[in-house]
Design a binder for this molecule. Structure first.
Ligand code: ADP
Ligand code: MG
Length: 456
């Protein structure tokens, strides 16, 4: 086997990073990156635009450097470069982002609606757990604007929602219809930038002048009143005009907190299909396909071994396979059962790693960052700087610990769960619009990252 290329190394780094950062962060900042160039002491990562480069540089560099060091066994200095994927691709070219990076992203996103070429119906393995969802998706792709409108696909993390949504997009695009894919987060960002830049007309046209709208992870919109309102109107306009809407959600719309009744009942008015975790047979079929797609030879026993070990989620299953393939390529070995055993035992599941912080660490770190004490955060005062620190603490505890809202409230002066949820959602919203807050939160996360584990 030849030495791993920058692409291989980065693919393997992504496998580890996926387990280290929250899913939103992974999807937003890392997913579309690729390894461009590796030398003895440098590593260049390709990113889709200047805004992503800036954010990765500011908030993830220590983690990225650490991950690469773990893989390469040497220190490398990391840089980011804007690349244009398949210049002939979708006809969209990124502007040169040097002058105004944030605006560039807005533009890029407006024209983007990027579909992953690997997520098609052909590569989607159908089993008991997803057959209704897959059948409904195919039916909509065949006859958009007809039955099952809206189609809501709901499932836990990593079970194929985005894959199915992109598959519909590819099928519909191939027939020359206009379809738009956006995560609910992107929808919100577009809306916020449109408000800020006076581009509401453009925003309206973008989301309404289409045959089919695919919105991923609608739960993200909960709690963001203006975006919800705007989505509700977009939804009604499209629905009235018999345009199709397909939405994914990690819970039933009815049980998403802060999704208004009128919107959730609209969403429940079409067809709702679940995807449940796949059984062993389906997991093995999925993994076998992924290995084939990567041109890797992996014995059936090894496929079965991994599929038995990682049962709950296809994304973790795939990450384990990527890790094994990368380890094999990096150490110049074939894929053996020994290697698989090692890779699978070394890789804790994304859920167990993500929610590992101690709430007291979060409180202490946030308080210290803002020059306050833990008692200040628990106090009754509403002084602006204390309120902000408290909201950030609530946000980080919700994102990074496994504590319930009520529990988090008890750390913050016995505040009720709805106060904590509002504080969390306020920060989620502000992170979309405030560069300064993004910097604060990234710096706090970096500090948390470096804390030694707390003895209990
Ligand atoms: P979700 O959006 O539900 O979190 P994704 O659609 O991102 O999950 O799926 C996670 C990974 O698992 C993707 O790489 C996807 O291709 C893969 N995957 C999930 N279900 C299937 C399936 N039935 N067949 C093939 N690949 C699948
Ligand atoms: Mg998804």
């Amino acid at each position: 086997m030849s030495a791993p290329t920058a692409r291989d190394i980065w693919t393997s780094a992504l496998g580890s990073l996926q387990l280290e950062v929250t899913r939103n962060n992974y999807d937003t900042w890392l997913k579309s990156s690729l390894g461009l160039e590796a030398t003895e002491d440098t590593f260049v990562i390709g990113v889709p635009n200047a805004f992503v480069a800036e954010c990765l540089g500011k908030r993830m560099s220590p983690l990225i450097t650490k991950t690469l060091k773990g893989l390469l066994d040497r220190d490398v200095s990391v840089s980011y470069k804007v690349y244009q994927e398949g210049a002939a691709g979708n006809g969209h070219r990124h502007e040169n982002g040097a002058a105004a990076p944030i605006r560039t992203t807005t533009r890029a996103r407006v024209a983007d609606g990027h579909l992953n070429p690997r997520y098609t119906f052909e590569t989607f393995v159908v089993g008991k757990s997803n057959q209704f969802a897959a059948a409904a998706a195919v039916a909509v792709a065949d006859n958009p604007g007809q039955d099952h409108n809206p189609l809501v696909i709901h499932a836990g993390v990593g079970l194929g929602k985005t894959h199915l949504l992109h598959s519909i997009g590819h099928a519909v695009n191939a027939r020359g219809l206009r379809c738009l894919y956006a995560s609910a987060e992107q929808f919100t960002n577009d809306f916020v930038s449109a408000l800020r830049d006076g581009g509401l007309e453009e925003f309206r046209n973008k989301y309404r002048d289409i045959d089919l709208l695919l919105i991923d992870d609608i739960q993200f919109i909960a709690g963001k009143e203006h975006s919800r309102e705007s989505f509700f109107h977009t939804f009604n306009d499209l629905h009235t005009a018999s345009k199709h809407i397909v939405i994914t959600s990690d819970t039933r719309p009815k049980s998403i907190p802060l999704l208004e009744e009128r919107l959730s009942s609209r969403l429940e008015s079409g067809l709702r299909v679940d995807i449940t975790p796949p059984n062993l047979e389906t997991r093995m079929a999925i993994l076998g396909n992924k290995a084939d797609q990567a041109n890797a030879h992996v014995d059936r026993e090894i496929i079965e071994f991994i599929s038995r070990k990682i049962a709950h989620n296809v994304r973790d299953l795939e990450a384990a396979l990527n890790r094994i393939m990368a380890m094999a390529s990096m150490t110049n070995q074939p894929i053996t059962m020994d290697l698989a055993t090692q890779a699978v035992t070394d890789a804790p599941s994304s859920t167990s790693r993500l929610r590992r912080r101690n709430p007291l660490d979060v409180i202490d770190t946030v308080a210290a960052y803002f020059g306050l004490s833990a008692e200040d955060l628990a106090a009754k005062t509403r002084r602006a700087n204390i309120t902000l620190a408290r909201q950030v603490a609530a946000y980080l505890m919700r994102e990074e610990t496994s504590r319930s809202l009520a529990d988090i409230g008890s750390y913050l002066g016995d505040r009720g769960h709805s106060t904590i949820l509002r504080a969390h959602d306020k920060i989620v919203y502000e992170l979309n619009v405030s560069t300064q807050l993004r910097r604060h939160v990234a710096e706090i996360r970096d500090t948390l990252e470096r804390l030694p584990p707390r003895r209990t």
